[in-house]
Design a protein around this ligand. Structure first.
Ligand code: SAM
Ligand code: SF4
Length: 324
């Protein structure tokens, strides 16, 4: 479907849990994390119910996220069920990779179409400082397994932070030289714990890469690619991507909606407004009534995020509660 600004909405990010086995400093506090009770998290049946409505509304791609989605039991069953919904063409996953080694084969067997691995550094010490956990080697093993299994759609996501992991940008770029992966740099968004950090602007990373690795040649993108722009470098098998959330914001092309683990439909990352789908699912509303409410919420997707401005409707949720 299209929203009132004529954007075609085709992509839903569904968070399956708010739990995480890392504590990335820009995403989640170490202490005082209030967990959503199990009873308040959407069941798989409820997620599938909503996904079928999404599909009727024209959603073609679903990304599972969290918290850490691999912590949710039987995640591969959910993936297989989502893959079997008519109209859903692509099901992908964003993970921190800690549990990837043991899940990789099952994810592939369940039909996963792409795996985004969040990896902000290739330095074990920086990893431990940034994530407050010493699971670096597990994540690298997870990445290695995907490569060994020749899984073809691997994206590595890095959020560069000034004075924290920005020294590692070129090392991460080098992964795309030898492996068929997309290494993507995501601008830090001022959400929750991120306010204590300073992100590195995309333009600066772009210049750094061109200075050290040669010209970046842009690759054409398809409509389900999301906001990333991809580039090739000479003699690289992989690609480099940028998600430039702040300066060149991509709201005019935004094709996504988000469903939190507790079943709140968010048409825009930055706004707290949306629809309590769980309440509708657990009350006596008919399928058609739920369909219409979701349709209305998507239709009214805000025109743009207001990260750089005062916004009274700003969402108080942190990134691990939304899913990125
Ligand atoms: N735990 C999984 C992971 O880390 O991949 C999935 C959830 S995590 C919230 C999804 C993505 O959001 C990660 O790539 C993470 O780096 C990114 N993220 C978290 N906080 C962010 C922020 N303030 N700005 C930009 N990206 C952020
Ligand atoms: Fe967990 Fe992902 Fe947030 Fe890190 S970015 S704390 S891995 S949810």
């Amino acid at each position: 479907m299209t929203d009132k600004f004529n954007r075609k909405i085709e992509y839903a990010r569904i968070s399956v849990t708010d739990r995480c086995n890392l504590r990335c400093r820009y995403c989640m506090p170490e202490n005082g994390v209030e967990k959503i009770s199990h009873a308040d998290i959407l069941t798989y049946e409820e997620i599938i119910h909503v996904a079928k409505i999404f599909a009727r509304l024209g959603i073609k791609k679903i990304r599972l996220t969290g918290g850490e989605p691999l912590l949710r039991k039987n995640i591969c069953k959910l993936i297989a069920a989502l893959k079997s919904i008519a109209g859903i063409e692509i099901v992908t996953l964003t993970t921190n990779g800690v549990l990837l080694k043991s899940f990789a084969q099952d994810l592939i067997s369940a039909g996963i179409d792409g795996i985004n691995l969040s990896l902000d550094t290739l330095d074990e010490k920086i990893f431990e400082n940034l994530t407050r956990r010493n699971f670096f080697l597990k994540v690298i093993e997870g990445l290695q397994i995907l490569l060994d299994l020749n899984f073809s759609n691997v994206k590595i996501n890095c959020v560069p932070l000034r004075g924290v992991n920005d020294c590692d940008i070129l090392k991460l770029v080098a992964l795309a030289k030898n492996y068929p992966v997309k290494v993507r740099f995501i601008e830090l968004m001022p959400i929750g714990c991120a306010e204590n950090f300073c992100g590195v602007p995309t333009s600066e990373i772009f210049n750094l890469i061109e200075k050290n690795c040669g010209s970046l040649a842009q690759v054409e993108k398809n409509s389900l690619c999301g906001p990333a722009k991809y580039f090739k470098l000479k003699n690289f098998v992989g690609q480099i991507g940028f998600i430039d959330a702040l300066k060149h914001k991509f709201c005019g092309d935004c094709n996504r909606i988000r469903l939190t683990a507790e079943g709140f439909l968010k048409p825009c990352l930055n706004f707290g407004t949306g629809l309590d789908v769980k309440n509708l699912l657990r009350s006596n509303f008919s399928d058609e009534e739920i369909f219409s409410a979701i349709e209305q919420t998507i239709y009214n997707k805000p025109r743009e995020h207001l990260f750089n401005k005062k916004n009274n409707l700003r969402d108080g949720r942190k990134m691990y509660q939304v899913g990125g």
